[in-house]
Design a protein around this ligand. Structure first.
Ligand code: KIV
Length: 269
């Protein structure tokens, strides 16, 4: 088959899987729009996740439950247009994969058809093995997500570290057997995450799961220090953009009020 001239040299799913065997750490970050996706991509991050965390950090909801499939697709289109190198994975929002395999294929199919993204992520392990299997059989790469599953926050009674070793191992194994190409481990004790990582042939991508996972993912707003208020234990802020934004906006406000902006440099003669 000949290739489309506009085809981009993006990292492929098999290349992500091969990084584990090669002992190379995988980096992943979330993005929800064009400009941020371009910066992350240019920095050489291997996986960009259009996460349903968008529901909270972009849309301002209290949980990840409200974001819709149409909204995920709208933002995935922006990210898909920006990216040249990274593999782009799109979260399947609640409950787009919970209404039977047929509906899950229809919804994941829309994501792949309508965006330039290459894979989906869904929250689930053993309980979603049938759906993962159906999607993979349809040619849709799936990243599974076990441990803390934010879409189940109401059942769990809060965002808590998940410590049921047997359940976590069973979920991760079932996801791999069903064909998932990688497994996100969220808020899992480091020793359990290490055991799961050793037992799987496909990579684990940790968030709050210790240093021994095959890769790490963070929500971009967390990494940049864009959120104000409580910083979860698993988050490292590599920048403090919230105060930087407040400072810039405040200086703009003061300079406009004082008649100092625009200055000569910003003025056309
Ligand atoms: O929605 C999201 O951003 C995620 C990551 C935290 C893994 O699922």
């Amino acid at each position: 088959m000949s290739h489309h001239p506009a085809e981009r040299k993006q990292i492929t799913v098999p290349q992500i899987v091969a990084m584990k065997a090669a002992g190379k750490k995988i980096t992943a970050l979330t993005a929800y729009d064009y400009s941020m996706a371009r910066l992350i991509d240019a920095a050489g991050i291997e996986i960009i996740l259009v996460g349903d965390s968008m529901s909270m950090v972009v849309q301002g909801h209290a949980t990840t439950l409200p974001v819709t499939l149409d909204e995920m697709i709208y933002h995935a289109e922006m990210v898909g247009r920006a990216v040249e190198h990274a593999l782009v994975v799109v979260d399947m929002p609640f409950p787009s994969f919970l209404l039977g395999s047929h509906k899950a294929i229809e919804n994941a199919g829309r994501i792949l058809k309508e965006t330039r993204c290459q894979a989906v992520k869904l929250e689930g392990g053993a309980d979603q093995a049938d759906v993962i299997d159906a999607l993979v059989s349809a040619g849709i790469p799936v990243m599974a997500h076990v441990g803390l599953r934010p879409q189940s926050v109401h059942r769990l009674g809060g965002y808590r570290v998940q410590r049921d070793r047997e359940q976590l191992l069973a979920d991760a194994r079932a996801a791999e057997v069903a064909g998932a190409f990688s497994v996100v481990l969220e808020c899992v004790p480091a020793d359990i995450a290490r055991d799961i990582t050793r037992q799987l042939a496909v990579p684990t991508i940790g968030i709050g799961a210790g240093v021994d996972c095959d890769g790490q993912v963070l929500v971009m707003h967390d990494l940049l220090g864009l959120n104000t208020g409580h910083v979860p234990k698993h988050v490292k802020q590599y920048a403090q953009l919230a105060p930087a934004v407040t400072d810039a906006v405040t200086r703009f406000r003061d300079e406009v009020r004082a008649g100092q902006f625009p200055g000569k440099e910003q003025t056309f003669e």
